[in-house]
Design a protein. Structure first.
Length: 144
């Protein structure tokens, strides 16, 4: 289920022309190029440097089953954004917020209830020329 959620996020973000423009890509860019910027993991294949940003990492956080409905999983996912400047990284995070907050996530056999931003803030990277921003979203869905 976790991978289906991440695949759904990837699909929503990759379809958006304005979002993809931040990375110098389009929704029609080859998957190989997109996967270097939109990373479905909390660890990229190569180290983050000022030469390979902007990029975003998508991964799940621990959740729990609802106490009111045992079929509903109260999940969380995190988006870590990296870009050369604080303004750029916040603009990318803002566009992701516009695409995800108070919206449904669906992809193939995965469908969620509405997704909501739970927390967002700057994060330190310790990498010269790279600014970071983190957004954590709540998303409920039925786990099977």
């Amino acid at each position: 289920m976790s991978q289906s959620l991440i695949d759904g996020l990837y699909s929503i973000l990759k379809r958006d022309e304005a979002f993809m423009a931040f990375f110098g890509l389009t929704p029609l860019s080859p998957p190989k190029d997109a996967s270097l910027r939109l990373i479905k993991s909390k660890e990229p294949d190569q180290a983050i440097t000022s030469k390979n940003v902007p990029q975003i990492m998508m991964y799940v956080k621990p959740g729990q089953y609802s106490s009111r409905n045992h079929l509903v999983f109260q999940g969380k996912f995190c988006l870590d954004f990296y870009a050369p400047t604080a303004v750029q990284v916040r603009n990318i995070a803002q566009r992701a917020f516009e695409l995800l907050h108070d919206k449904y996530i669906s992809h193939e056999s995965f469908k969620s209830f509405k997704c909501h931003l739970a927390f967002d803030d700057d994060m330190t990277t310790g990498i010269t020329g790279v600014k970071g921003y983190m957004a954590i979203y709540d998303v409920d869905y039925v786990r099977r």
